[in-house]
Design a protein around this ligand. Structure first.
Ligand code: F6P
Length: 342
């Protein structure tokens, strides 16, 4: 078999372990794998390279993706899907592994359903907002980075009696904010799922200061909004999937807190630091298990399926299920983090 593999959307620690696992399994079983460069863009331009054992050697601990990635949406152009189908055939691909989040997997699902292409999906996103899987790889790494940053911010916040506002990633869902905030002992966590009630935040900080704590750490997800629902955006320009570039809520919140509380406030935007660097052991193992399962799905002709984590088992789910809605934060977990606010 000739298997293609691509990584689409934002990069994420754990992509290389998936690629490595697919290639190792394929070669061990007498199949070939070609890497498609820069997501769907590489399939539109036929930019591919053979993935040998030598090419994937040493990539397990490496962040990012050796294939490169992009937010190219083939459905943006009316000839895009037919060009993908044509190139798929011309390249002699028997199957394709698409590794990505809601956008990349949404395209994979359409290509499977509308063009009958042999596609299987692997879920990735640091945001952990994909349905049908308990966790995506990349999330654990991002949470560990946020946790370490909060530990560091604690010591400086305490030394200066400051309020530290920390903006973390999380476009539609507050998973990183909730887990990172809980692990790093945040004094308030603001997520996209719950509009910000500024009076409640202020009240909570006041209460905390009254009990003798002269510093506070407030974690806010980039996609959180105030009650009027306005998103804070860095750029109004939309990407090919219609997403705006978020960012700015941390500074907006910091400004309000400074004015209302008269404490010294500093804002830290963690940004892409959360996406860079080496994957944690958990993400390496999850990526490896997903890669092995993706190869297995191909061998069993389970196209239109995605591998997923359910409890501690790797299962298969229809791509349809994975992309039908975003997985927002489990309120049971968020409510536990709330017990430690203030
Ligand atoms: O989807 C993952 C994510 O990290 C979001 O949390 C964030 O909004 C977005 O990617 C930023 O992506 P980029 O700056 O690479 O376009």
């Amino acid at each position: 078999m000739k298997i293609g593999i691509l990584t689409g959307g934002g990069d994420c620690p754990g992509l290389n372990p998936v690629i490595r696992a697919v290639v190792r399994q394929a070669i061990n079983n007498g199949d070939n794998v070609v890497g498609i460069r820069y997501g769907w863009k590489g399939l539109l331009n036929k930019e591919v390279e053979e993935l040998t054992l030598q090419k994937i050697s040493g990539i397990l601990p490496r962040g990012g993706t050796i294939l490169g990635t992009s937010r190219t949406n083939p459905y943006k152009d009316e000839n895009g899907p037919s060009n993908i189908e044509k190139n798929f055939k011309e390249l002699g691909l028997d199957a394709l592994v698409a590794i990505g989040g809601e956008d990349t997997l949404g395209v994979a699902n359409k290509l499977y359903k509308e063009r009958k292409l042999n596609v299987v999906g692997v879920p990735k996103t640091i945001d952990n907002d994909l349905s049908a899987t308990d966790f995506t790889f990349g999330f654990d790494t991002a949470v560990n980075i946020v946790t370490e940053c909060l530990d560091r911010l604690h010591t400086t916040a305490e030394s200066h009696n400051r309020i530290m506002v920390v903006e973390v990633m999380g476009r539609h869902a507050g998973w990183i904010a909730t887990y990172g905030g809980m692990a790093g002992g945040a004094d308030y966590i603001l997520v996209p799922e719950i509009p910000i009630d500024i009076e409640e935040v202020i009240e909570s900080i006041r209460k905390r200061h009254k009990r003798g704590k002269n510093f506070s750490i407030i974690v806010v997800a980039e996609g959180a909004t105030f009650k009027d629902d306005t998103y804070y955006v860095q750029e109004k320009e939309l990407d090919e999937f219609g997403h705006i570039k978020l960012g700015g809520i941390g500074n907006a919140l910091g400004e309000i807190l400074k004015n209302k509380l008269k404490y010294d406030v500093r804002v830290t935007v963690l940004g892409h630091i959360q996406r860079g660097g080496s994957p944690t052991a958990f993400d390496r193992v999850l990526g490896t298990r997903f890669g092995v399962k993706a190869y297995d799905l191909i061998k069993k002709s389970k196209f239109g399926c995605m591998c997923a984590l359910s409890g501690n088992k790797i299962i298969e789910v229809p791509l349809d299920e994975a992309v039908k809605e975003l997985k927002t934060v489990d309120m049971e977990i968020y409510n536990i983090s709330k017990l430690f606010f203030g």
